[in-house]
Design a protein around this ligand. Structure first.
Ligand code: HEM
Length: 392
């Protein structure tokens, strides 16, 4: 199998932009109309969620050792969409038809055979993992909201759910959330809490103007309403991705605080009476003071924990008397971090700017742990595929 040709051919097809998912879904829903019900009613916002992932994952089949953890997780995760083993064949057919259509004369029988073989490897692993998971794990967890607190002056809500069956995650992972009144619309969010004995999970959600799910979660729902959670996924932002002996710097933009607070809670839980050997410096940034919506909890967490330092920083309020700028600017003013493990979470621009400056300040690539979210939730697939995997 010529995997360079797979990647090259997919890159060429991807240049056709929106025409690619349009063709793919057009073909798929004519070939297998029963699959339409698995997808959200309106797919305009993110037409290429599946097609782009399909092309990227399948054409990277040569990195299968690194990919297999990710792919198996994906297979288990697809149970929450209602995907069954028999759905993989029509999807393969639609993918190959889409590639053939856009590649024209460059689509050869050999290339077709290679795409088919690569797809079968990935699909085989996904369906095997889904079948294994069926014996032990629900496809999704019904999770009623047990607390819903709007944060004044913001469009943020702190939402706590209690899944009806045991639901476990590793701090730093993210999870698909769905609200039954927005059927089949799943968005990833990262819990702000470490696992708790009462099985409750806390999320920090900002309503994104025009968003499909987040405004409903923040403004349209309350205690007693049901959400659905998928299985947790991702490892890039967990503590297991880092050297356990180094101190930690954490930079949070807005509700990007959530997974970082979960990490702090994990460290606090593990510390017990023996204390915490690693120092943690957490900068939480917002445009205006209301954006620092979780300071009360962070201040409480600091009590009696000399290893934890929490520093607020505000970028857009000229009257703010504390530290001004972005989290990375404040951090670079405050110290040197090249020997730290650094965790960054926030909007894509904030993450890109922070990582650029941290690299310039001498933080090695392998000590930078990042996750982005775009207001539609986290973007786990934006990580280089090789870096995704690990804990799941
Ligand atoms: C090689 C096989 C496949 C790969 C690599 C793949 C990959 C992906 C990925 C990465 C996502 C985004 C996940 C997320 O945002 O949580 C996704 C979404 C999805 N996939 Fe798959 N998938 C495959 C096969 C299938 C099949 C056979 C179906 C059955 C119809 C399917 C149905 C879906 C649906 C319904 C979504 C959600 C789409 C949306 O929310 O717009 N996938 N897939």
């Amino acid at each position: 199998m010529d995997t360079d040709r797979l990647k090259e051919s997919f890159a060429k097809v991807a240049q056709h932009g929106d025409a690619v998912p349009t063709y793919f879904y057009g073909y798929l829903f004519i070939r297998a109309p029963e699959l339409r019900d698995l997808f959200p009613a309106s797919m305009a916002a993110q037409r290429d969620k599946l097609v782009n992932a399909l092309g990227t994952v399948v054409s990277n089949v040569d990195s299968f050792d690194q990919l297999s953890f990710f792919v198996r997780g994906l297979g288990r995760d697809h149970r929450k969409f209602g995907v069954l083993a028999e759905h993989y064949a029509p999807v393969a057919e639609a993918l190959l038809a889409t590639l053939a259509y856009h590649l024209g004369d460059e689509w050869t029988p050999q290339l077709a055979a290679d795409w088919q073989a690569a797809y079968e490897i990935v699909a085989g692993e996904m369906t095997a993992a889904a079948t294994e998971a069926e014996a032990t794990t629900p496809a999704w967890w019904d999770a009623p909201i047990v607390a819903h607190e709007r944060r004044p002056g913001t469009s943020i809500a702190i939402i706590t759910v209690r899944p009806e069956a045991a639901w476990d995650h590793i701090p730093g992972q993210s999870v698909g959330i769905q609200a039954p009144r927005r059927p089949r619309v799943w968005r990833h969010y990262s819990p702000a809490s470490a696992p708790r004995a009462d099985n409750t999970v806390e999320f920090h959600i900002r309503a994104r103007p025009g968003g499909t799910l987040s405004p409903a979660l923040v403004f349209g729902m309350g205690v007693g309403d049901e959400l659905r959670l998928g299985p947790p996924s991702g490892s890039a932002l967990t503590l297991y991705a880092a050297d356990p002996d180094r101190d930690l710097l954490m930079l949070a933009g807005g509700t990007g605080l959530a997974p970082l607070r979960a990490l702090v809670e994990q460290l606090a839980n593990e510390a017990g009476t023996a204390g915490q050997p690693r120092r943690v410096t957490l900068f939480h940034g917002g445009r205006v003071t209301a954006d620092l919506y979780d300071m009360t909890t962070l201040t409480e967490l600091r009590q009696g924990r000399p290893w934890l330092n929490v520093l607020p920083v505000i970028s857009d309020d000229p009257y703010y008397r504390g530290d001004r700028g972005t989290p990375v600017e404040a951090a670079l003013r405050a110290g040197r971090w090249s020997d730290h493990e650094v965790y960054v979470c926030g909007p894509p621009g904030m993450v890109a700017d922070s990582t650029k400056r941290l690299r310039e300040a001498g933080v090695p690539e392998e000590r930078l742990h990042v996750e982005e979210f775009d207001g539609q939730g986290y973007i786990p697939s934006s990580r280089p595929l090789a870096a995704v995997g690990g804990a799941r």
